[in-house]
Write a protein that binds this ligand. Structure first.
Ligand code: MV4
Length: 667
């Protein structure tokens, strides 16, 4: 059977990534999309696209009937589920089969076997895969579980059997806290999964998360494609992944790989899967769970093996045998991936949403790869990061001959990356790659927590160089035509610039409570102005880009490529590893744009008001919580920016609020 047409039951970067392989193989692609994604990249890239419903995932990307219906309408032979959404849903896999459509993934029974933690552990125990010492049986009464915990030895970890992502997980230090923690874990598990079954394990103090990529064909050939270290995460959300795992011995690599293959064989696995292990400092490893799908971080494995995992998935689904055996596989160099998220590291990583106003990714090469589902946005018309879906903007992946080279290549790629609009973790990722402890390979699941202070540096005062570059950006912006480039535009006539204008112009900024003055004189025209920042003179040159907000600049002979986004008094300046928010006292912008100055506080993102902690006329202290808004599964607290008094409140508990809606006025 050859697959000629695939429907991709997903969106964003993974949909685009799957289509890239399909195009190379000459397979036609069908996208599905919600109303929120009508103009999304994955829709544009696909050969055909079918609208499947409103923005809410439950009514579109998670609705099996709509997806199978779309596949039938389009006449697709197969469905690729990507990851998330329906990728690990055995009912969906079964429904595809019933409809005569190939599900590009494992058999439904294999998905089911790994669906529950307790059942999976029992199967793995039989297959000889190492487990963390613990109890994963059916008995659930408290006295019994407490006795088991005692036998295991504290500290223990209570885990929801149906769980994932740390939900329903509780560490218990000693006998005293056991009862209370068990009740808490069961309550959380019941609420999150409708199932309060738990298991108990010895708690490993500071493990690494190392997972093995496995691949199996329908003939029973099963191999491992080595490991990925995904220890660098926060709150169970992966931030950086790499392959191979730093410092892992060949002997352990082989043992882990063989254990993962045994795990896959025990459940009759077919296709791409990942067996997750915890690894301790002595290289003991323990089965955690198996993900029965392709994973977000698969590109690092593609880099070190030279394989295209999506192509292999398609070949296996067609019934072909794996074109290699274990002995043919070798690790080539080192690969590293970071996840660029719309989130605000300075505000407890609050997930972000909103329009991308400027976006530049690094050039791709044999060493740098970018997987994204959003677009470069000329003149501010970028894609919108929607609250309905995951806030991941892109994965940036680099390869090198060794770990240090991969880090250097990835750092350079991040320095070529510019994004303005929603707040992102880009500076955090740069700090991570530049961190000494990270460079030494001393990573574990507690790495981010242990190094949080170094990774979240306080905002430094803007340099003279930054202020000069910002002003060059402002000059450049004035010259930019509103519409597309026009050869006869006066913009292209560099010599005519500012005829009749003032010889010297000043620009004012405030930064860290200080005023800065930048003076510009354009005797030789805008292309070569003299720029003076707080009295220090630079000879400058500026060369605009004809297609976006960026420009090439020179300051005292040093070359920069920069981009400037100008929104009233707020400037976003990006160059090299810098992303600076500058406060420009634009004479043309209104004072009232400044929220904090006039004490009007707005919703940080669309969401629901879950608590109002103050009343009209309340006297509040700086930092005091005022209103709590729940959005994207997290609570966000709006705090008083200064001491003051509440003048008005515009939201009640239960209100659905839009981004930028004024919630409270404050004196
Ligand atoms: C553990 C553990 C320590 N000891 N189990 C977290 C998610 C869930 N799937 C399993 N997890 C853990 N299980 C024992 N017996 C520590 C974690 C853990 C973790 C694991 C992988 C990646 C990040 C993590 C962050 C915190 C805790």
């Amino acid at each position: 059977m050859t697959i000629k047409k695939i429907l991709i039951a997903n969106r964003g970067e993974i949909a685009c990534r799957i289509m890239r392989t399909c195009q190379r193989l000459g397979i036609s692609t069908v996208a599905v999309y919600s109303e929120a994604d009508a103009k999304a990249l994955h829709v544009e890239v696909a050969d055909e696209a079918i609208l499947i419903g409103p923005p809410a995932a439950r009514e579109s990307y998670l609705d099996m009937n709509k997806i199978i219906g779309a596949a039938k309408t389009a006449g697709a032979d197969a469905i690729h589920p990507g990851y998330g959404f329906l990728s690990e849903n055995e009912d969906f896999a079964e429904a595809c089969e019933k409809a005569g459509i190939i599900f590009i993934g494992p058999p439904p029974a294999a998905i089911r076997a790994m669906g529950g933690k307790s059942e999976a552990k029992a199967l793995m125990e039989k297959a000889g895969v190492p487990l963390v010492h613990g109890y994963h049986g059916d008995k659930q009464d408290e006295k019994f579980l407490e006795a088991e915990a005692e036998k295991i030895g504290f500290p223990v970890l209570i885990k929801a059997s149906a769980g994932g992502g740390g939900k329903g997980m509780r560490i218990v230090e000693g006998r005293k806290g056991f009862s209370e923690q068990l009740t808490g874990a069961k309550r959380e598990a019941k609420a999150a999964f409708g199932d309060d079954h738990v298991l108990i394990e010895k708690y490993l103090i500071d493990p690494r998360h190392v997972e093995i990529q496995v691949f199996a064909d329908k003939a029973g050939n099963t191999v491992y494609l080595f490991e990925r270290d995904c220890s660098v995460q926060r709150r169970h959300q992966k931030v950086l992944e790499e392959a191979p795992a730093p410092g892992l011995s060949e002997a352990t690599r082989k043992k882990m790989g063989e254990a993962a293959v045994a795990a896959a064989k025990a459940i009759g696995y077919v296709g791409a899967g990942t067996v997750e292990f915890l690894l301790d400092a002595k290289e003991n490893f323990y089965f955690m769970e198996m993900n029965t799908r392709l994973q977000v971080e698969h590109p690092v494995t593609e880099y070190i093996t030279g394989l295209d995992l999506v192509e292999l998935q398609i070949r296996v689904a067609e019934g072909q045998k794996l074109p290699f055996a274990q002995k043919d596989l070798k690790i080539d160099g080192h690969a590293m991936e970071v996840r660029l998220y719309a989130e605000d590291p300075a505000n407890n990583f609050l997930p972000g949403a909103g329009q991308i106003k400027f976006l530049r990714f690094p050039l791709e090469s044999d060493k740098v790869r970018v997987d994204t589902g959003v677009r470069e946005a000329p003149f501010g018309q970028g894609d919108v990061i929607s609250i309905h879906y995951d806030p991941m903007i892109a994965k940036i992946i680099a390869h090198g001959k060794d770990r240090a080279t991969a880090i250097a290549n990835l750092s350079r790629a991040l320095d070529e990356t510019m994004i303005a609009g929603p707040k992102t973790n880009l500076a955090f990722l740069r700090a991570l790659l530049g961190n000494k402890a990270f460079a030494s390979g001393k990573i574990s699941t507690h790495f981010i927590k242990a190094h949080e202070k170094e990774l979240l540096p306080a905002k430094a005062a803007s340099s003279k160089e930054a202020l000069a570059l910002a002003v060059l950006g402002l000059l450049n912006e004035r010259e930019k035509p509103a519409a597309a480039a026009d050869a006869s535009s006066p913009w292209n006539d560099r010599s005519a610039w500012r005829i009749g204008g003032a010889e010297t112009e000043t620009f004012k900024f405030t930064d860290h409570g200080k005023e800065h003055i930048v003076a510009v004189s354009c005797k030789k025209g805008v292309a070569q102005p003299d720029v003076t920042v707080d009295g220090a003179k630079f000879s400058a040159a500026v060369e605009p880009s004809s297609y976006d907000l960026s420009y090439d600049a020179k300051l005292d002979g040093k070359q920069y490529n920069a981009a400037l986004l100008h929104e009233g008094r707020h400037l976003t300046l990006m160059y090299g590893s810098h992303h600076e928010d500058l406060h420009y006292l634009d004479p043309l912008a209104f004072e009232a744009e400044d929220d904090e100055a006039d004490g009007r506080l707005h919703a940080p993102m669309p969401g629901k008001v879950v608590a109002v902690r103050v009343e009209l006329g309340s006297k509040v202290k700086k930092g005091q919580p005022l209103i709590i808004v729940e959005a994207m599964k997290m609570e966000h607290t709006i705090i008083a920016p200064a001491d003051g008094e509440v003048l008005s409140i515009h939201a009640r508990v239960g209100d659905q609020v839009d981004e930028k809606l004024e919630l409270i006025a404050f004196k």
